[in-house]
Design a binder for this molecule. Structure first.
Ligand SMILES: Nc1ncnc2c1ncn2[C@@H]1O[C@H](COP(=O)(O)OP(=O)(O)OP(=O)(O)O)[C@@H](O)[C@H]1O
Length: 624
């Protein structure tokens, strides 16, 4: 999709509102035609070349009336403009956000959070500005057409002199816009880098301090800011230079008209009223010129912003940005039929993410919301067997990941994925759970294919604790519940299973303790176990733990597995670990190396057959 198609689709999003806005601003910009004619009548009346039937005072009254009418029109114009702008901006932001939320969790945005914020904020503003300025430009063009007709009927030669600067300026601006686009892209990019650096610095204060890297980080920030300063200065300088070209060429045109008019007036071909009309209209012609210039600049800048917004979609069609979705403002929606068919599902093949679940009868619960359409909850039948065949995912940046990995989990089993650092353990569980988009492979729940693992692998099917816990600046209780309803005893059971009961006693406000941004008030182990409790408070068929060992001592980890077995008999566990506490419990162990399965079996078998496994097993003793 090209920029012009994007622009056009934005205008057509709410065509009625856009036309109303266009009408309002056309009237606002064309309204000065009347005072111009009244001023001419006033001077001609005084000069005696024309007799106004109701006298000079009537002209004054009409002038005041015209001014008041224009004020009222401007008020109406602001209302329509605000409504239109707001809807456009909300549409794009909503569509981008909806797409980000649909992307596999681990690759939701293709850039740093700071850059993403800049896309959501500045780039959307740019699109809003361009659409909004288009109505002013069209309104002023309307004014110029009518004004030209009036002026030509008075004096063709002078009228041409009014428009020559206009043509020159528009041509100059056209030539300069390519460069504006380049400078604008550079300034946007450098702004995004500065925003990204700020967000990274705030997120990593502790890491920066312990590494003694304050000076280097600040130096880098200064470098980025300096780059930004330079690119912003270039951008602003060119924009302002163009703007001054617009204004001054029109001033020159005014001078020419005055000189020419004085000759014509001396010859009696031009009245004072004609002169006042020319000068009066010229002010608005000036406005059109700078308006066209502004619009062209905004339009070009929107082209840059459009590309950046498309990059947020990570390969999805650009039309998504302007897809006319319900944006949840103003009206309530009563009926919602969400689209549940997954891309990639071969025709005729049943899948668990569609409206049919195993067992014949549909087991999908429709949720209906008055504001936000939610996907239906999926209740799959209890897990008997989960199979993954040929799972492959490579990170585009490094080409590393996993290749052709298969696994088979039966109900109540405890499977451990182990391997050296960087062998692909996290990638495997993320790909299985749909947090990374599998390039190849097939996942089946009790033999039924799962087309969209990201929608499927959530409670009550599965729950997951990531290697790095993500906590919010809120109470500990809310961090664990994350919005679900607390059932009697459920929180206590989860805390006990996550071996957190002692920690809660020692925390100042127990479960009501505010954990601070990203959980900074908790120890690493507490944060990790909070994440485990968050997982365990959700009843699930399959529990996936990604490497708890970094935050748990051996004894705590042993307790955690024991409690989990006792409390949740029948639950199936997939655990990433290289700790004996987990390996000892395992029914089946998968050893990854370089993204592929190197060996698999029980601990006993692997101790005999796999050198890598022996290294991991004995490495714990030697601490290597
Ligand atoms: N976001 C990423 N972008 C690019 N490459 C990545 C990314 N994350 C991981 N990799 C690469 O993919 C490979 C597998 O990484 P992964 O995190 O799955 O390993 P792991 O076995 O879980 O490691 P660890 O034991 O350190 O957690 C590694 O070589 C790593 O360099």
């Amino acid at each position: 999709m090209k920029t012009r198609h994007f622009f056009w689709r934005l205008l057509l999003y709410r065509p009625g509102l856009y036309l109303l806005n266009l009408l309002a601003w056309s009237l606002i910009h064309m309204a000065p035609l009347l005072p111009g004619l009244l001023t001419k009548a006033f001077f001609d009346h005084l000069e005696g070349t024309y007799e106004f039937p109701y006298g000079v005072w009537a002209i004054a009254v009409l002038l005041i009336g015209a001014a008041l009418a224009r004020i009222a029109l401007i008020f109406g114009g602001f209302m329509t403009d605000v409504h239109f702008r707001f809807r456009i901006a909300t549409l794009i932001r909503r569509n981008m956000l909806a797409h980000v939320l649909k992307e596999p969790g681990a690759r939701a945005i293709p850039c740093s959070p700071g850059e993403a914020i800049s896309n959501f904020r500045d780039d959307v503003d740019q699109a809003e500005e361009a659409t909004s300025w288009s109505v002013d430009t069209l309104g002023l063009i309307g004014f110029v057409i009518v004004a030209s007709w009036i002026l030509i009927s008075i004096d063709l030669q002078l009228t041409v002199l009014v428009f020559v600067p206009l043509i020159l300026v528009v041509t100059a601006a056209q030539i300069a816009t390519a460069r504006i686009q380049k400078y604008r892209a550079a300034s946007r990019e450098s702004t995004a880098k500065v925003t990204g650096a700020i967000s990274e610095m705030f997120a990593n204060v502790q890491a920066i301090q312990v590494a003694g890297a304050e000076k280097r980080v600040v130096d880098r920030f200064v470098r980025l800011s300096e780059n930004r300063r330079q690119s912003m200065v270039k951008d602003k300088l060119l924009t302002e230079a163009l703007s001054s070209v617009f204004t001054n060429s029109v001033n020159l045109g005014t001078g020419l008209i005055l000189v020419l008019a004085s000759y014509k007036m001396r010859n009696g071909e031009f009245t004072v009223g004609d002169l006042s009309l020319f000068v009066y209209y010229l002010t608005f012609v000036t406005q059109l010129i700078s308006n066209v210039g502004n619009f062209m600049t905004y339009y070009k800048q929107m082209g840059v912003s459009f590309k950046r917004m498309v990059s947020m979609l990570q390969g999805a069609p650009a039309t998504l940005l302007t897809a006319a979705n319900y944006i949840g403002i103003g009206r309530t929606k009563t009926k919602h039929q969400p689209e549940r068919r997954r891309a990639g599902a071969p025709d005729g093949e049943q899948s668990l993410t569609e409206e049919r679940a195993i067992g014949g009868a549909p087991q999908v619960e429709e949720t209906e919301s008055s504001l936000n359409p939610k996907p239906p909850m999926i209740y799959a039948p209890p897990l008997q067997q989960l199979e993954a065949r040929g799972l492959t995912y490579r990170y585009p940046e490094t080409g590393r990941g996993i290749e052709n990995v298969s696994l088979n989990l039966t109900r109540g089993s405890f499977t451990v994925v182990t391997g050296m650092i960087g062998s692909g353990k996290t990638t495997l569980v993320r790909t299985l759970l749909g947090l990374l988009p599998a390039e190849a492979g097939d996942i089946r729940w009790n033999g039924e294919r799962i087309d969209n693992p990201a929608d499927f692998f959530i409670p009550p099917q599965s729950a997951y604790t990531a290697q790095i816990p993500r906590l919010y600046s809120d109470k500990l209780r809310n961090n664990i519940l994350l919005g679900i309803e607390e059932k009697p005893g459920s929180l206590d059971r989860a805390l006990y299973a996550a071996v957190m009961e002692e920690d809660i006693k020692h925390l100042q406000d127990g479960l009501e303790t505010m954990v601070g941004p990203r959980g900074v008030k908790l120890s690493g182990g507490q944060a990790q176990r909070t994440a485990a409790a968050r997982m365990l408070v959700r009843d699930a068929e399959l529990y996936v733990f990604d490497d708890l060992s970094s935050a748990l001592d051996v004894e705590t980890e042993r307790k955690l597995w024991e409690r989990l077995f006792r409390e949740r008999r029948g639950a199936t566990c997939l655990v990433v670990s290289h700790r004996r506490a987990a390996l000892n419990h395992a029914d089946h162990i998968i050893v990854l190396n370089g993204g592929v399965i190197e060996a698999e079996g029980t601990a006993e078998e692997l101790l005999r057959s796999s050198e890598s496994f022996r290294q991991l097993w004995y490495g714990e003793e030697t601490g290597t």
